[in-house]
Write a new protein. Structure first.
Ligand code: PGA
Length: 244
């Protein structure tokens, strides 16, 4: 399967910057051997989807509510994201788990809502630095997967060690390979043969200079890119390093 390079703009970008990033992506993406996805803030999804229409580059949200509609002031449903032009949604990002207290159960409910609305969920998991130092990264990630993925899950998993996000630090290649093999095993045990075909993205300080090494590792199905996705040239540099 082609690798997926997904950009998470987080809470960054106004109309002018959206055009400044998405416009060059549209031209630079031609002939790439991987799939591209851009996840701008919700206010820019429709705008970015317009700019990227017909380019083959997908657009996604960064969160959705677990309910389809109703009295949830300020929240956005999966159907609204889809209506705005999104095909994917990032769920359970560590920043949402930390800032909004999202539990695995909440992430699972949101994942079901995304699937029901026809979106592809990208479910994020990852250990803290304390977990890693204590050697309990597999236990932590295993528990997150068990709690966050619904039965019959069909979507994308993103492994993002919390301590590698926005820090410039990454795990060793061996540690990334070990964790992706572990996640692959969990998915296969839970989902059977379908689990072997799901993409597992690596996220956390991916940049053009480390992308080829990370994307070359077994069971790495692509990247979830934060900071470097705010610069079209850097994002395309990562995409060019992806395996076909
Ligand atoms: P980063 O963020 O690439 O800036 O480390 C990754 C993410 O949080 O998805």
């Amino acid at each position: 399967m082609r690798q997926l390079i997904a950009g998470n703009w987080k809470m960054n970008g106004l109309t002018e910057q959206a055009a400044g990033i998405a416009g060059p992506l549209r031209h630079g993406a031609e002939g790439l051997g991987c799939d591209l996805l851009v996840c701008p803030p919700a206010t820019l999804i429709a705008r970015v989807a317009d700019i990227l229409a017909g380019s083959g580059i997908a657009v996604g949200g960064q969160d959705c509510h677990a309910k389809a509609s109703g009295a949830h002031t300020g929240d956005i449903s999966a159907a609204m994201l889809r209506d705005a032009g999104a095909s994917h949604v990032i769920l359970g990002h560590s920043e949402r788990r930390a800032d909004h207290g999202e539990s695995d159960a909440v992430v699972q409910a949101k994942t079901l809502a995304a699937i029901a609305a026809g979106l592809t969920p990208i479910v994020c998991v990852g250990e803290t630095e304390a977990d890693r130092v204590a050697g309990r990264q597999n236990a932590v990630v295993g528990a997150q997967l068990a709690g966050s993925l619904p039965d019959g899950f069909a979507g994308v998993v993103a492994y993002e060690p919390v301590w590698a996000i926005g820090t410039g630090r990454t795990p060793t290649e061996a540690d990334v390979a070990d964790m992706h093999a572990f996640i692959r095993g969990v998915l296969a045990a839970r989902l059977g043969p379908a689990g072997s075909g799901l993409r597992i993205l690596y996220g956390g300080s991916v940049k053009p200079s480390n992308a080829a090494a990370l994307m070359g590792l077994p069971d790495v199905g692509g990247a979830l890119v934060g900071g470097a996705s705010l610069n079209a040239e850097d994002f395309l540099g990562i995409a060019r390093a992806a395996r076909a």
